[in-house]
Design a binder for this molecule. Structure first.
Ligand SMILES: CC(C)(COP(=O)(O)OP(=O)(O)OC[C@H]1O[C@@H](n2cnc3c(N)ncnc32)[C@H](O)[C@@H]1OP(=O)(O)O)[C@@H](O)C(=O)NCCC(=O)NCCS
Length: 165
């Protein structure tokens, strides 16, 4: 993944490296802590950190993955994880870029960092000749949904859950 760009002044988007492991894990944990506060079904398992760390180590430089950090100087302030998703050969349109995680640190929100991270995912998708970027968002996460709507995302499917016990 070769996307690297300056946002403004000392802020830039850079591919995460092994040295960034701790902050990537911390941001992913914070994102899912927030998701779990909206819906307990998204609570991470006890082993998540080990599993996630292994995923990062094995795919941070995979050309089909994008592990992107927004940084101010050397300080990481945002994270986007995206990957090329390939669906079953049953379907004509079966490949797209899926945004798997988007997180901006509390003190840096409302400064268009989320938008910049998403733009980098569009640029990456275009480079791969993939015309679709998609993501999952929790139904009650209206803040993220308003960003996605502003960015031109529309709902294409709804996941419906019935809790049996
Ligand atoms: C969602 C999130 C990534 C947005 O990051 P951000 O850098 O603040 O986003 P931007 O500044 O690019 O936001 C652009 C627009 O999105 C909407 N938006 C973003 N944060 C918002 C908030 N806290 N309240 C209301 N609208 C918000 C607004 O339309 C905003 O424009 P504005 O700042 O001029 O009002 C960030 O709030 C976050 O990390 N939240 C917790 C994790 C999360 O929900 N991730 C998404 C999971 S699917």
């Amino acid at each position: 993944m070769s996307v690297q760009m300056v946002i403004e002044n000392a802020r830039q988007l850079v591919p995460a490296q092994l040295d960034d492991r701790d902050v990537v894990v911390a941001f992913f944990g914070a994102l899912h802590h927030y998701n779990a506060s909206l819906d307990l079904d998204f609570t991470l398992s006890d082993a998540w950190e080990t599993i996630f760390d292994e995923q990062f180590r094995s795919s941070y430089n995979d050309p089909n993955m994008m592990w992107l950090l927004a940084k101010e100087g050397n300080k990481a302030i945002g994270l986007l994880i995206a990957g090329v998703h390939t669906d079953s050969a049953l379907f004509c349109h079966r490949q797209w870029v899926e945004v798997q995680a988007l997180y901006v640190a509390d003190n840096y929100r409302h400064q268009e960092i989320g938008q910049c991270l998403l733009s980098a995912a569009y640029t990456w998708a275009e480079g791969l000749k993939l015309s679709r970027v998609q993501l999952y968002v929790t139904a009650s996460n209206v803040r993220a949904q308003s960003l996605y709507a502003e960015e031109g995302f529309v709902t294409s499917q709804t996941i419906m859950c019935k809790t049996l016990w």
